[in-house]
Design a binder for this molecule. Structure first.
Ligand code: 5GP
Length: 122
């Protein structure tokens, strides 16, 4: 899948759409989700143009990958959710209902999060 430079997170990165930033460095931006699914729900995105986790894991440079992983852990610490726990999740593709075609991690916390996913339909 080709990267769409007009996806909503690309527009946020260009400053065309406002966001509530919680962290930014050379490679990474993190901001509050517009429709939070938990008391803490932050999106962590690379600044590079990667469609999804599959694209990022295969094509990002070691520097970008290291920066992204380190920043994600640091953001959880800074948000104060490390002690009680948090969940990170990334949706890739149709089965996962990925909406925005720019790779992102969801970081959830601030409350008990329950089971990881709904049980399989029988
Ligand atoms: P996905 O389903 O692609 O993994 O998740 C996309 C996420 O982006 C959703 O949780 C949605 O609420 C969030 N989102 C979509 N548009 C915007 C926006 O303009 N600003 C922010 N902050 N979050 C957005």
């Amino acid at each position: 899948m080709a990267y769409d430079p007009n996806n909503i997170f690309a527009r946020i990165l260009r400053g065309e759409i406002p966001n509530q930033t919680v962290y930014e460095d050379e490679h990474v931006l993190a901001f509050h989700d517009i429709n939070p699914q938990a008391k803490v729900h932050v999106l962590v995105i690379p600044k590079g143009a990667y469609v999804s986790f599959a694209d990022f894991s295969q094509n990002a440079s070691p520097e970008e990958i290291t920066a992204f992983v380190r920043a994600s852990g640091r953001i959880a610490q800074d948000l104060g959710v490390e002690a009680d726990g948090y969940r990170i999740l990334s949706n890739h593709g149709v089965d996962a209902a990925q909406e925005v075609p720019h790779f992102h991690l969801h970081l959830f916390g601030g409350q008990r999060l329950g089971r990881m996913i709904k049980p399989l339909d029988s």
